[in-house]
Design a protein around this ligand. Structure first.
Ligand SMILES: Nc1nc2c(c(=O)[nH]1)N[C@H]1C(S)=C(S)[C@@H](COP(=O)(O)OP(=O)(O)OC[C@H]3O[C@@H](n4cnc5c(N)ncnc54)[C@H](O)[C@@H]3O)O[C@H]1N2
Ligand code: MOO
Length: 402
């Protein structure tokens, strides 16, 4: 088999040849979940916007409570009541208190709040059973964030915390980079749509669903999902259609050396600039990458695990670059093998596995690239370097987290 390029080289070629999304859009904050901030966001207000009570109790002047205890209470005159949401018009004088609820503005002149449990709950006058220090039980305006603070930086991926924060600043919309539009096209005359009764020689198309679901997990909704046979002209037309509506096209099947491995004919027909064919890894060796008018086409192997492995290794860096979402890049760790895994082939190999607190377990089922069932429960791939005859129990393994 023709020698391919190394994985690092393949990733470099991909990331150097895909454009980043430049278009920004202003969308509702809830719709921005998992979007990438296109601008810095500065707080337009202090939060909280006013000094407020953290307790249900009485706002008062700490100096009035000196020496107060249950045996020796201090009596203060209650001059009014403040609920959360009330605008305070009070100006407290010595020996006065205001009945106050959690979240209400602390009135002018008061410098602390006593919890109601340390009083007699009085309405005209209140007995104070405890001595307080100035600014005890006191929430300052701006203690969460000050007006002008940069709370979100351009390039940050927005999660539920960012969205809560945007709301707490009073924003209803936020500027994000447009989400990438990804097209998925799977090829193969043998493919049947799930739901139809299988005929002899046919299999259900699982790749389209596997990869579409994976994209969704990565917070990308594919814009084009198509299954087609092995007709070169039809596939070429579908790729054209897919490119017209997307930022990148990912396909599976038809990239190896068989007579129906049609992408060798489809790509020249489209007039693409093919950047590589074959990467020195298993599964998914015959992956191909091209660009057409600056848009990437990534052709992955048809075997479901090969498609998934190369999606993780090649498509995710591509998506990371396009979307500017750095969490799209896979992360690595190391773990100790719980069992042996002998490797026959000489080249680099990725196997499915389960990473759990520093240990790497292998699933019970088979590891062939056409096998899907044993993928269940797997959350990583172990990278076994070229030349390594296999992993032994107790070996340290390089783990790519899925
Ligand atoms: N003589 C050689 N034969 C093969 C070689 C080789 O070097 N010399 N390489 C093998 C390797 S490695 C791989 S990987 C496969 C890759 O083939 P393709 O990427 O061209 O994929 P297909 O032939 O179309 O399909 C492979 C396999 O996967 C099944 N498949 C395809 N699409 C789907 C789908 N959407 N859902 C589920 N399963 C799918 C397909 O039926 C095949 O069984 O080539 C080897 N051959
Ligand atoms: O490259 Mo393939 O190992 O059979 O998926």
């Amino acid at each position: 088999m023709l020698k391919g390029i190394e994985l690092t080289e393949a990733v470099k070629i991909i990331t150097e040849n895909v454009p980043q999304i430049e278009e920004k859009e202003t969308i509702g904050i809830l719709d921005s979940l998992s979007g990438v901030a296109a601008e810095d966001v500065f707080a337009p207000i202090d939060n909280p916007p006013f000094d407020r009570s953290p307790l249900d109790g009485y706002a008062l002047i700490a100096e009035d409570t000196t020496g107060a205890s249950r045996e020796n209470p201090v009596k203060l005159t209650v001059v009014g009541k403040l609920y959360a949401g009330d605008a305070s018009a009070f100006e407290l004088k010595p020996n006065q208190a205001v009945r106050i609820m959690t979240g209400a503005m602390i009135p002018q002149g008061a410098n602390c709040v006593i919890r109601q449990e340390a009083t007699d709950y009085g309405t005209e006058t209140v007995a104070i059973y405890q001595s307080l220090k100035a600014y005890e039980n006191y929430c300052y305006s701006g203690e969460d964030f000050k007006k002008g603070t940069k709370l979100i930086s351009k390039g940050e991926k927005l999660n539920f915390v960012h969205i809560g924060l945007l709301a707490s600043m009073g924003f209803t919309t936020v500027s994000v980079y447009r989400k990438p539009r990804i097209a998925l096209l799977v090829t193969g005359e043998e493919l049947f749509v799930p739901g139809l009764l299988l005929e002899q020689g046919k299999i259900y198309n699982s790749n389209l669903f596997l990869l579409a679901a994976r994209l969704k997990e990565l917070s990308i909704t594919p814009v084009y999902l198509q299954q087609t046979g092995d007709d070169v002209d039809v596939v070429a037309e579908k790729v054209r259609q897919a490119l017209a509506v997307s930022d990148a096209v990912i396909t599976t099947g038809g990239v190896s050396v068989g007579e129906k491995d049609i992408f060798h004919e489809v790509l020249p027909k489209l007039g693409v600039d093919r950047k590589f064919w074959k990467v020195n890894l298993k599964p998914g060796t015959p992956a191909m990458f091209s660009t057409l008018e600056n848009k990437p086409i990534l052709n992955l192997s048809g075997n479901p695990f090969a498609a998934l492995a190369t999606f993780e290794l090649l498509a995710r860096p591509m998506l990371g670059k396009i979307s500017r979402d750095t969490s799209m890049f896979t992360s690595e760790t190391t773990g100790i093998m719980d069992s042996d895994f002998p490797k026959k082939s000489k080249g680099k190999r990725f196997i499915r596995a389960i990473y759990d607190e520093g240990r790497v377990k292998l699933p019970a089922g088979g590891h062939a690239s056409g096998m899907v069932a044993s993928l269940k429960g797997c959350n990583c791939m172990v990278e076994i370097e070229a030349g390594n005859p296999g992993m032994k129990k107790g070996d340290q393994a390089k783990v790519i987290l899925l």
